[in-house]
Design a protein around this ligand. Structure first.
Ligand SMILES: Nc1nc2c(ncn2[C@@H]2O[C@H](COP(=O)(O)OP(=O)(O)O)[C@@H](O)[C@H]2O)c(=O)[nH]1
Ligand SMILES: [Mg+2]
Ligand SMILES: [Zn+2]
Length: 294
C-alpha cells in the first residue's frame, strides 16, 4: 500500500477523521513517533497509509501555511470578520483587532457587514468605505433576506475559512444561508442548564458543497495581542504599510513624529480616522504590555 494525502477534519479521542482525495472520510490513528512530536490539528494536511476501506495510519503532518489558536486550526486561508450593521452595533476596535490578528498570522482578512436589512444603505456604505480604503474586500449581506450570500459563497469557494466577530453579528446565520443544514456548533445557551455551551471543545472543519472548508467555531475567540511586536504593528494595517514609506524616519510610529507619511495620508482622507485611532490605541496597549513584562 502506498501512502496518500488527506485533510484532517477533526480529532476524536486520539483518532482523527481524515478526508481522502476522493472525498471519503476515514478514521486514522497517528504513528507513535508522530504522536510524540506534533499535535495534529483540524485542518492539517497529512500523509497517511490506508488500512482497508475506512481506516488509516497518519505517517506525516505536512508543513502548515498558517496556524491559529482558540480554536486551534491549521491551514486557514482567510478570516471572515463579521460585523452587524446594527443589533449589536459595530465595534470598530474589535474589528481592527481581528484584522490585525489575521494579518499577523498570514490569513487574508475579508470584512463582512451583515444585517443590512436593519439600516439605511448609508450605514453599510460608510462602514465599507473604512475597510475598502485599507484595501480589504467588503461584503454587504443580510442572512435574513439572503442578500449577498452568493458573493459570500463565491468568496469561500476553494478556500479554508474561519469566521470571527462579536456574538450576535450573524456568523452562524450567514453560514446556514451559504449552506442550509450545515452542522454548525452554535453558541446558543443550553436550554437544560441555562449555561453557555462548553467552548473549549475541539474544532472541526466542515467541507462545503461549493468547495472549500469552514471551521465550525469562530476563530480568535480570545484576543491576545501580547505576542505582537509593537514595532511591527503598522505593518498589520495595509494602508499604514503603504504610506509609511513617506515617513522621514524609518523608526516612525506615526504618533507625533515630524514629516510622517501616515499622518499626511490621514489628513488627506486616504486613511480612515477610526483605523488610525485604533492603531494608536493598540500601539499604546502593546507598549503597556511590554512595560509590565520587564
Ligand atoms: N435582521 C437580521 N437579523 C439577523 C441577520 N442575521 C442574523 N440575524 C439574527 O441575529 C441573531 C444572532 O445571529 P447568529 O447567527 O446566532 O449570530 P452569531 O452569534 O454571530 O453566530 C439571531 O437572532 C439571528 O436570527 C440579518 O441579516 N438580519
Ligand atoms: Mg454563532
Ligand atoms: Zn510615520
Amino acid at each position: 500500500m502506498t501512502s496518500e494525502i488527506g485533510r484532517v477534519l477533526r480529532g476524536v479521542g486520539g483518532l482523527y477523521d481524515v478526508q481522502t482525495g476522493g472525498g471519503r472520510i476515514i478514521r486514522c490513528r497517528p504513528r507513535g513517533k508522530i504522536k510524540q512530536s506534533v499535535t495534529i490539528l483540524a485542518g492539517d494536511r497529512v500523509r497517511y497509509l490506508p488500512l482497508g476501506e475506512n481506516e488509516g495510519i497518519i505517517e506525516e503532518v505536512l508543513p502548515r501555511s498558517t496556524v491559529i489558536y482558540r480554536p486551534a486550526v491549521a491551514n486557514v486561508d482567510q478570516l471572515i470578520v463579521v460585523s452587524a450593521c446594527a443589533r449589536p452595533d459595530p465595534q470598530l476596535l474589535l474589528m481592527d483587532k481581528l484584522l490585525v490578528l489575521a494579518e499577523s498570522r498570514g490569513l487574508t482578512p475579508v470584512v463582512c457587514l451583515n444585517k443590512i436589512d436593519l439600516v439605511p444603505d448609508s450605514v453599510p456604505e460608510e462602514l465599507a468605505a473604512i475597510y475598502e480604503k485599507a484595501g480589504y474586500t467588503v461584503l454587504k449581506c443580510s442572512a435574513k433576506l439572503g442578500v449577498g450570500i452568493e458573493e459570500l459563497r463565491r468568496c469561500l469557494q476553494g478556500k479554508t475559512s474561519s469566521f470571527a466577530g462579536p456574538s450576535g453579528a450573524g456568523k452562524s446565520s450567514l453560514l446556514n444561508a451559504v449552506q442550509p443544514g450545515l452542522r454548525l456548533i452554535t453558541g446558543e445557551v443550553s436550554r437544560k442548564t441555562g449555561r453557555g455551551r462548553q467552548t473549549t471543545r475541539q474544532v472541526a472543519l466542515l467541507p462545503l458543497e461549493c468547495g472549500g472548508y469552514v471551521a465550525d467555531t469562530p476563530g480568535f475567540s480570545q484576543l491576545r495581542l501580547d505576542d505582537l511586536d509593537q514595532l511591527k504593528l503598522d505593518s498589520y494595517f495595509p494602508e499604514l504599510r503603504k504610506y509609511k514609506t513617506y515617513c522621514r524616519f524609518t523608526s516612525c510610529l506615526h504618533r507625533s513624529e515630524p514629516d510622517c507619511g501616515v499622518k499626511e495620508a490621514l489628513k488627506d482622507g486616504q486613511i480612515a480616522e477610526s483605523r488610525y485611532q485604533n492603531y494608536v490605541l493598540l500601539l499604546d496597549e502593546l507598549e503597556d504590555l511590554a512595560r509590565t513584562r520587564y
